[in-house]
Design a binder for this molecule. Sequence first.
Ligand code: EPU
Length: 321
Amino acid sequence: MSCFRGFETICQADAALAERTWYKLGGSARGLLTPTDRVQLGALVQRCHEQGIGWRVLGRGANLLVGDEGFDGAVICLSHKSFATLTADGERLTVGGGADFPKLIRAAINRGLVGLEALAGIPGTLGGVVRMNAGGRHGEMRQFVESVELLTSAGEIELRSAAQLGFSYRHSDLDGCVVLATTMKLAKGDPAEAMQRHREIWNEKYASQPAVSERSAGCIFKNPAGQSAGKLLDESGLKGTRVGGAEISHKHANFIVADEGASASDVLKLIEIARARVRAHANIHLELEIEVWESSEAERNVTWKSQASKSDRMINAGRGT
Ligand code: EPU
């Protein structure tokens, strides 16, 4: 894959993505890249920018449906430990975007820093949680974010305050950026109490939702203002509706679970059936909460070619060569 000259050791061509998502569905990425530090990541994003290659960041794949055709671009994975560092300063924690969010909640509690347990049961990396302002009945991520250090689509590092991140319900303006690190302001509190609250919220969530062992991507649709998507889907009689190996959960109608033999296109068809039924029943258009990776026509048509470029110089400068 000559367009990623200089990145050979961290680039896997035609990499299966299904096994990297909770859904375990979908095709491959043309290139899967696992940078080992910020310099390499910056150079990589710069290279994609120069060559017009589409790219996405893969976290834990918990809120993601990869299309059966896969993604005809570069998938960047921040699984290296250098993207999961944690520094504490009083009630503030600054943590790398690749850090595992459920582990971070427990690490914060163990340091006597509380608040994040309101988000118990949300899987993913910190970057993914911040980017979609993940949350639920007990809170959402933006309550804790002070600032984010990010990499723009042109490969530049920027520090943005929470006010500059355009947070709203399940949304931020971080699309097209990589979350390098997030500074959170938590509160000092009793670890035992926070752990107890963590357990209660976790139990409450999984009493009403499919088990973690079931293949899903969490809630499929966002809640429309003042309404519950799950309730609307349920009232539209959709529980148990099946396409191929995909089924609208009997336990919570805003989940589509995948069984043996399911394909991504089964899930996508079920999404359209559910949307049409809720439109007919309640005249409401449901917006997707999950992310769907399918290549655009333009991304499919990009030729990956070899090219000496500014990103080569960035890699070399970073390595002191
Ligand atoms: N309901 C039904 N039928 C259903 C599902 C729900 O009648 O099939 C009713 C419930 O009885 C309840 C209301 O709808 O009265 C709301 O349901 P729930 O408490 O389950 O909350 P939700 O709004 O459906 C939100 C988040 C979840 C989060 C929960 C709990 C969204 C889209 N969903 O669900 O987040 O876990 O609150 O905090 O904001 C996710 O983001 O992937 C996710 C699952």
